[in-house]
Design a protein around this ligand. Structure first.
Ligand SMILES: [Cu+2]
Length: 123
């Protein structure tokens, strides 16, 4: 094969592979605590996100934003149940919260990110 043709082939393969990995529908996130869209009567003290393969903690991050702005979070870890878990430091009051996450899971080299909301409605 001529070098030029090989380069074109490599570029096509790369484009297809990247296209699949960055598909807007695909997300490795399969669940969470609090649940996606949950309406809670008790304030959560931790966030736990479940993925379809074990996340690489060193290449992952979580962010929690609520009515009072961004919350301090501490101790990102995995319980080795294909999850990410972190402690919420600031008190969670009533209102709507957004969890933003970034992670790399299993043998998949792609970096995935997403976000979801839950709300705390009080008693
Ligand atoms: Cu834990």
């Amino acid at each position: 094969m001529k070098p030029y043709r090989r380069l074109v082939l490599v570029m096509i393969v790369a484009a297809v592979a990247t296209g699949c990995a960055s598909s807007p529908e695909y997300s490795p996130l399969i669940g969470s605590e609090p649940e996606i869209g949950a309406s809670l009567s008790r304030a959560p003290r931790t966030l736990r996100l479940y993925y379809n393969a074990l996340p690489d903690v060193s290449r992952s991050s979580l962010r929690l934003t609520g009515p009072a702005g961004e919350h301090q979070l501490r101790g990102l870890h995995t319980m080795a149940a294909d999850d990410l878990m972190i402690e919420i430091l600031d008190p969670v009051t009533t209102g709507t919260y957004t969890v933003e996450w970034t992670t790399v899971v299993g043998d998949d080299p792609a970096v995935y990110s997403g976000s979801f909301d839950f709300s705390v409605v009080g008693n």
